[in-house]
Unconditional design. Structure first.
Length: 185
């Protein structure tokens, strides 16, 4: 049910996701969907909170080390955490990106807090990372932003083409990060 719902919301956004499409993708009845979540908003809120918490657990699992990582190794570790999470929930990060873009009143305060915890953890790790001598913090913020945009585009392109696998995503994401690293070496 989770994977089917994540896929429909990730590819269509809240407004254009239909419960008919969700139940068809999840292979469940509408009655079961409404029994557990009452309505589309309830399902969306649950998925937003659950996905953000799951992403945070995967991130913390990948980055257990206490000492700061070099900046580009951090970006690689974030990509590995994403790939690990997507081995279970392929559309997780596409969905989280959709939620971030649609935040509005469709997401509860609790779901927003979960998303905020994930974003804050990434920021903390970035601020603690070790930058190359040729890079400023302003450069790091830009690179992190652009790397996220490229990783998101890689996910979406692979998924829409039917070629998505977590391994393929990770290979493409790591290649992108190494390209950015070459710019500062």
């Amino acid at each position: 049910m989770i994977n089917g719902s994540l896929k429909v919301f990730a590819l269509n956004g809240f407004k254009h996701a239909s419960t008919d499409e969700i139940v068809a993708e999840a292979g469940i009845s509408k009655g079961l969907l409404f029994h557990y979540f009452y309505n589309k908003v309830g399902l969306y809120e649950f998925l937003a909170e659950y996905s953000a918490r799951f992403a945070l657990v995967e991130l913390n699992s990948e980055l257990r080390r206490k000492e700061p990582l070099p900046f580009f190794r951090l970006l690689e570790s974030v990509s590995r955490a994403e790939a690990s999470a997507m081995s279970r929930y392929p559309c997780l990060y596409l969905f989280l990106n959709t939620v971030s873009a649609e935040l509005g009143d469709k997401v509860s305060a609790q779901a927003k807090e979960s998303l905020s915890l994930y974003t804050e953890r990434i920021r903390e790790l970035s601020e603690a990372s070790v930058l190359p001598d040729s890079m400023t913090w302003q450069d790091a913020v830009r690179i992190e932003y652009y790397a996220k945009l490229v990783r998101t585009d890689i996910m979406a392109s692979l998924y829409r083409s039917g070629e998505f696998t977590p391994e393929r995503y990770l290979a493409d994401a790591l290649e992108t990060i190494r390209y950015f690293e070459k710019l500062f070496s």
